[in-house]
Each structure stands twice: as C-alpha cells, then as structure tokens.
Ligand binder design. Structure first.
Ligand SMILES: Cc1cc2nc3c(=O)[nH]c(=O)nc-3n(C[C@H](O)[C@H](O)[C@H](O)COP(=O)(O)OP(=O)(O)OC[C@H]3O[C@@H](n4cnc5c(N)ncnc54)[C@H](O)[C@@H]3O)c2cc1C
Length: 449
C-alpha cells in the first residue's frame, strides 16, 4: 500500500480520495481553502454543474451514486428562449434520459464527507501547495499564517485545478504545455424562485437564450431557483456587444431589455446582479505528459481544463479517477511507473478530445439550437437512432449518455457531420425527412464512410 498526497480537495481530488482510501492506501488531501463544510467558501454563490452518464459510472464505482443522486435535479431537455419570449423544447434523448443538475458547493461537501469516512483518508485544509520535489514526491505546504510543512509521500497527485501548482513544477522538465483563453467570459445571475418556493421556469430543462455571438443559460437548483450564466465576448465586435461595452447601468438595462426581455421579468434585479457579480474567464489547458516517472500524476482540470459548454469538465475528471482506480486494481501498486504510464496513455487522448468537443458544443449552444436546420438534423438523427439504435447514436448521446471514449465519440461525430451534411442537402428535405428514402440514404452513407 502506498502513501499518497493529493493536492487539491475540490470535486476530483475528493472523489479520488474515496477511491484510493477504499483500496487501503494512506491518503492525505491538502486543500488551500478552508473546509467548505464549516466556512462558506462559495460566498453564497449558487454555482451548479451537470453530472452525466460517465460521472455516474465513476460515482457508482466509488459507491457514491445514491448519496450524490439525492442532491441532484434531473434535466431532460433544452428549452430555448428567443428574443420574443417564444420557447422551444428539445429533448436530450429519444428515450427520456436526463443529465443531473447539482450545486457545486453541495457536491464538494458531500464528497469530502464521504472521503473522510475512510479511516485511511485525512483532509488538511488551509494548506496551499507552494513547491513540489518531483523526484522524491515531496510537497511544501503553506498555511495562511505563513507556517510551512514539507510532506514526503510515495506518490503525489495534482488535482489542484486549472492553475495547478503541481503542473507548474512539471513545466521545468520535458513537458509540453498550452494555455488558451477564449474570447468569451462569463457572469453568473441568480434566477430566484417565486415567493412560495415554486420555480419560475421548468426545472427539468436547461434553459438557453441563444443570441448567436453570446448566450445565457439557466440550470435548476434544488431550492426552486436557477443559476443563470451569461457568456459574452470580453471585447465587443461589430457583430456583438461585449462585457467592455455593457458596463454602465444604463447600458446594462438596455442590453437585457433588448436581448433577454423574458429574463428581465424573471429576475427583477438582473442589472444590479450584473453590475455586482464578478466577470470570470474561461481557459483551455493542454499538457503532456500528465505524469512524472513513478512519483507524480495530474488529474481533473489540472491535466485538462476545458470550456464548460458540454458540461463535461468534472465528468471527465471523475472518469480519470475511475480509470486510475481500475488500473491500480489491474496492475497492483508495486510498479507505480507502469500504472502512471498506462493512465497517461489511456486518458491524455481523451482529455484532448473532450477539449475539442466542448469548443464545438459552444457553437451548437450559442447559435445552432435556434437554427431550424439544426433542429431538423436533430429530428432526423433521433429518428435514425429510434429505428436503428445499433447503428446510429448521436454525438450528444455518446458524450453525455455513454462511456464511449471521448476520442472515439469525436471521430464518430465528425463522420456523422459529413453524412448529415449530405442528407440535409437532399431536395425537399424539410418535407421528406421522415421518409424511408431519407433513412435509406443516411444508412447507405454510413455504410460507405
Ligand atoms: C461556468 C462553469 C460551468 C461548468 N459546468 C460544468 C458542468 O455542468 N459539468 C461538468 O462536468 N463540469 C463543469 N464545469 C467544469 C468543472 O467545474 C471542473 O471541471 C471541475 O471543477 C474540475 O474539478 P477539479 O477538482 O479538477 O478542479 P477544481 O474544481 O478547480 O478544484 C481544485 C481544488 O484545488 C484547490 N487548489 C488549487 N491550488 C491549490 C494549491 N496550490 N494547493 C492546494 N490546493 C489547491 C482549489 O482550492 C480547489 O479546491 C464547469 C466550469 C465552469 C467554469
């Protein structure tokens, strides 16, 4: 059994501690912030996330499915809101599958408590990792009063997020790294419940206000409210406003009144929230390798920070944890170098693929969900899936409702794009999309591709 240091007690680090503690390893988790179960580290912000299929697969493998399911809200469809307040409901699957909305703070608290139930796991809060000796798996942690402690282990796992201190140390060696800020930033807007606690929107839908160059979305919380997130370019362009041109109160009021009039009805203090809430950026981090010899590994956002448009960052991190635990089961812990090599080989290509898929889904959410061609494509794909489930699984279902490797899903999605481009080009497709002929054409193209 190994002595393992986990740096970062966020969503991924705390789930990893559950997996490793249950396997008998001695696990110490060091988190720079105070304990979120006793301090409001989320400062009253109701950020929420969706858990989807592969997140559940990992939680089930860790024995936590029931515990986590009880704090989620199922979401079965997207609901788009146009500028005139008209809504369109688009189910996520043809067979009523759901993704699950959960409060980030609540989930983190739950996972930390589950990790702590294992006698092998010790949580240390207010410990910021400031240095790592990669060769000896020794970390230096600093407390807020300045005290510093050095901790040596057999293995260090960096689950310390997009700006990982562990990864920073790996960059001194033979290590590839890229960091890309996308043009869009985001701001959160709380959409409150009615005074009697009932929700103002259908809680079983993810609400999207797509406006081509920017968008707002809303996800249900368990208290009847929603967390809204506005994604918009930082800098305005001729086509679209940006956070830099929507700054003064009058500009903010005009912006919401013109772009999201129905949201203004739901959130009377929308302008005040916009002016008060911080603007956050979105970064994509790719690096290679994710491991150093038999001593250090990166996991979760520390290895692959992605944009949030597929809602898969945490799910991908949970899948990393499951795969890592399965490799330990398969290979044992004697040759940790081999475990880490196999982990890197299994997960790195999938980290790259979900980064690409997430950018691609941004385009889909921002403008395509409001596009009649896109809606028609979804209908054709839904029909193909219903009639030939063994041959056609739409990309969204592969990513959100299956354990198919992200890299395979990406390749299959690109194949589907090529086929559907030809199907949508068929004459009179709007009228004939349900015909046998369209179906036969799609299947023939699938056979040939
Ligand atoms: C707006 C938005 C919406 C999202 N929606 C979804 C979604 O719907 N579904 C989904 O799956 N994902 C979503 N994500 C992505 C998801 O939030 C991340 O992928 C996930 O939080 C990654 O977990 P993590 O534990 O790897 O990193 P983090 O959650 O960042 O946790 C890292 C932890 O390490 C600690 N830490 C950092 N540095 C140090 C240090 N030096 N020493 C000690 N501790 C340290 C931090 O305090 C933190 O607790 C979203 C992200 C954003 C921004």
């Amino acid at each position: 059994m190994k002595n393992i240091t986990i740096v970062g007690g966020g969503l991924v680090g705390s789930l990893l501690a559950v997996f490793l503690g249950r396997r008998g390893h001695t696990v110490n988790v060091f988190e720079r912030r105070p304990d979120p179960r006793t301090t409001d580290v989320y400062a009253g912000r109701s950020i929420n996330l969706v858990v989807s299929h592969r997140g559940w697969t990992a939680l089930r493998a860790a024995g936590l499915e029931e515990s986590v399911r009880s704090i989620t809200v199922p979401v079965y469809a997207r609901m788009t809101h146009d500028r005139d307040g008209r809504t369109t409901r688009l189910p996520y699957s043809i067979d009523d599958k759901a993704i699950y909305s959960v409060s980030r703070g609540e989930l983190n608290r739950r996972l930390l408590s589950e990790a702590e139930r294992s006698p092998n796991v010790t949580l240390h809060f207010d410990r910021r990792c400031v240095d790592v000796d990669l060769g000896t798996a020794t970390c230096l942690f600093r407390e807020s009063d300045g005290a510093a402690h050095s901790v040596k282990a057999d293995l260090v796992i960096g689950s310390d997020g997009a700006f990982s201190a562990v990864r920073a140390k790996m960059m001194y060696g033979r290590f590839n790294y890229s960091q890309e800020y996308i043009e869009h930033d985001y701001k959160e807007i709380a959409i409150p419940a009615h005074a009697d606690g009932t929700p103002k929107l259908d809680p079983q839908c993810l609400h999207i206000w797509p406006r081509r160059w920017f968008m707002m979305m809303g996800l249900a919380n368990q208290d009847g409210g929603f967390t809204g997130t506005l994604f918009m370019p930082n800098t305005a362009t001729p086509q679209a406003p940006g956070f830099d041109t929507v700054r003064e109160e009058a500009q903010v009021r005009k912006f919401f009144a013109e772009q999201f009039p129905d949201a203004v009805q739901l959130v009377p203090d929308i302008a005040e929230q916009y002016l008060r809430n911080p603007q956050s950026s979105l970064v994509i981090v790719r690096c290679d390798p994710w491991v150093h010899a038999d001593k250090v590994a990166l996991i979760g956002d520390a290895a692959h920070a992605i944009v949030p448009f597929y809602g898969e960052g945490m799910n991908a991190g949970f899948e990393d944890c499951r795969v890592f635990a399965e490799l330990l089961d398969e290979l044992g812990d004697e040759d940790m170098g081999e475990v880490l090599r196999r982990y890197n080989a299994a997960r790195k290509p999938n980290g790259d693929a979900i980064a690409d898929l997430s950018l691609r889904n941004f385009v889909e959410m921002r403008d395509l969900v409001a596009d009649p061609r896109f809606i028609l494509r979804k209908k054709i794909e839904g029909r193909l899936q219903a009639r030939h489930p063994d041959q056609w699984l739409p990309l969204y279902s592969q990513v959100k409702f299956s354990d198919i490797a992200y890299k395979d899903a990406l390749r299959e999605g690109q194949r589907h794009d090529r086929i559907m481009e030809q199907v949508l080009a068929l004459p009179d497709i709007e009228a004939r999309w349900e015909s046998e002929e369209v179906e036969r054409t799609a299947l023939a193209l699938l056979d040939r591709s």
